[in-house]
Design a protein around this ligand. Structure first.
Ligand SMILES: *Cc1c(COP(=O)(O)O)cnc(C)c1O
Length: 473
């Protein structure tokens, strides 16, 4: 008898109790497909490999269901999943940067479920422009004349340089020919936009006179890049933006700035309950508003870093330049979608109302009072101890970071919940990562450390439960 005969019918496999669970979790169609594939591969293996120890239809059925479960499980690991960020890195690029505030999420829901005035002029009833959305509030919060929104900052800078400088020279300091991360390298972006790189100065020191000496009739722009992800110390010099802007004005050359973080500043630093450590860190970040005030002609920045909103690239500045950028054919390829506009408008609304520190998660995390972090850490410790987890749970002083290429070297004091278990830190970290909900944490001095600063406050109980499950797994 051919061993292939041992393979049960699909109906028989479907009636296996474990396959019921697969159908419930993954849906009828996907579960059937996985079971059929698993049955096919088992049949082939049975014919090929006489040593395969399967001797009955029951055993074959169980093997098929198990293989299908493994395949379906592996496939769902690559799905986008919510994660509890206990790393203490606020703008964690690998974990999706800025979580959105409640108003932005509500705006997305309201806009997503029906038709919207994306390119429809409510005043005239005729065709409108998507570019008007968010523009008013971008101008209000940054002090600029005009604004436009793209997919991300890499697109915004490439677009702006293509529109203003293709075939001509862009002057940039050798100290700013940086790589931001994820393949965004300033010289490559310039090349991709067709601009010719004209480097001036040295790695550590560049003066206004260096820029001035490079200006010619071939010059299209001066580019200033915020070296957001590293810090240069010692014998360094970099002209204030205002001096570069004055130079640009004298020679009628626009000065563009890649600001990066989207830190708007406003009067957030005046907030009385902002911890000193947080204020000190934020004071070091240049704000878009100051760049505009200091005379930058165009400023590019991200929507999902310190601005605290959705992924987007934003360009603000002089109306005539913004209009030239907007009319470039690439604009169509990098424009933002309606959900981005919805979330961005709601995020900017918090800034203009003065509620950014409370309403935008990224800013609430950075501005969280030390005592509040300590209290939450203590509550987490109590929950774990009360649950009787088989590990040592202690509190220790630690440091959170801003991340996302913002404020390199700057740290915020925090209270860590340190977990030491017999299984070892690596194994515990992996269990947390494979749990549900997924928890991402870090290891410090042989202990898994949880930093509640970056855990959304309404996830505190779920985090405790996830750790209890990981400890007992
Ligand atoms: C983050 C950053 C970028 C890239 O922004 P994306 O929105 O990720 O494209 C570019 N420049 C600077 C200075 C940045 O900090």
């Amino acid at each position: 008898m051919s061993r292939a005969r041992l393979i049960p019918s699909l109906d028989a496999v479907l009636s296996h109790p474990a396959s019921e669970e697969l159908r419930r979790v993954h849906g009828e169609r996907a579960a059937r497909a996985a079971l059929r594939t698993a049955a096919g591969s088992l049949r082939e293996q049975l014919l090929r490999d006489p040593s395969l120890a399967i001797t009955s239809a029951e055993e074959a059925g169980a093997a098929i269901v198990e293989r299908a479960a493994v395949a379906l499980g592996a496939a769902s690991l690559s799905l986008l999943q919510p994660v509890i960020n206990a790393t203490g890195v606020v703008i964690h690029t690998n974990l999706g940067r800025a979580p959105l505030g409640a108003a932005a999420r509500a705006a997305i829901d309201a806009i997503a479920k029906g038709y919207v005035s994306l390119e429809f002029d409510l005043d005239t009833g005729g065709r409108g422009s998507r570019h008007v959305h968010a523009e008013q509030w971008l101008c209000e919060t940054t002090g600029a004349e005009a604004a436009l929104v793209t997919n991300n900052t890499a697109a915004a800078m490439t677009l702006a340089l293509s529109a203003l400088a293709a075939g001509r020279e862009v002057i940039i300091s050798r100290g700013e020919l940086v790589e931001i991360g994820g393949g965004f390298r300033v010289p490559d972006v310039l090349r991709a936009s067709g601009a010719i790189l004209r480097e001036v100065g040295t790695t550590n020191r560049t003066r206004v006179a260096d820029y001035a000496a490079a200006i010619s009739e071939r010059t299209a722009a001066v580019l200033r890049v915020h070296p957001s992800n590293f810090r240069m110390e010692g014998f360094t010099e970099r002209p204030p933006l205002a001096d570069l802007a004055a130079l640009g004005q004298r020679f009628d050359v626009p000065v563009l700035e890649d600001q990066g973080s989207g830190w708007l500043g406003l009067d957030l630093l005046d907030a009385e309950d902002l911890p000193t450590g947080s204020r000190r860190v934020l004071e070091r970040e240049p704000s878009v508003r100051l760049s505009v005030r200091d005379g930058a002609d165009l400023v590019g920045f991200s929507g999902d870093k310190l601005l605290g909103g959705p992924q987007a690239g934003i360009v603000v500045g002089r109306a005539s330049l913004v209009e030239r950028v907007r009319r470039h054919p690439l604009m169509r390829a990098v424009r933002a979608d309606k959900l981005t506009y919805a979330a961005l408008e709601a995020t900017l609304d918090a800034w203009r109302r003065g509620t950014a520190l409370e309403d935008l998660p990224v800013l609430a995390m950075i501005g969280m009072p030390d005592a509040r972090i300590e209290a939450r850490a203590r509550t987490l410790q109590d929950r774990l101890v009360t649950a009787g987890v088989p590990m040592n749970v202690t509190l220790r002083a630690g440091e959170s970071t801003i991340g996302g290429g913002s404020l390199p070297g700057e740290v915020l004091p925090t209270t860590l919940v340190a977990l030491s278990a017999d299984v070892g830190a690596d194994a515990l970290l992996e269990r947390l990562r494979r749990g549900e909900p997924v928890v991402v944490a870090r290891i410090e001095m042989d202990a898994v450390c949880l930093d509640v600063r970056t855990v959304l406050p309404d996830q505190d109980a779920a985090l405790a439960d996830a750790v209890v499950r990981a400890a007992r797994a």
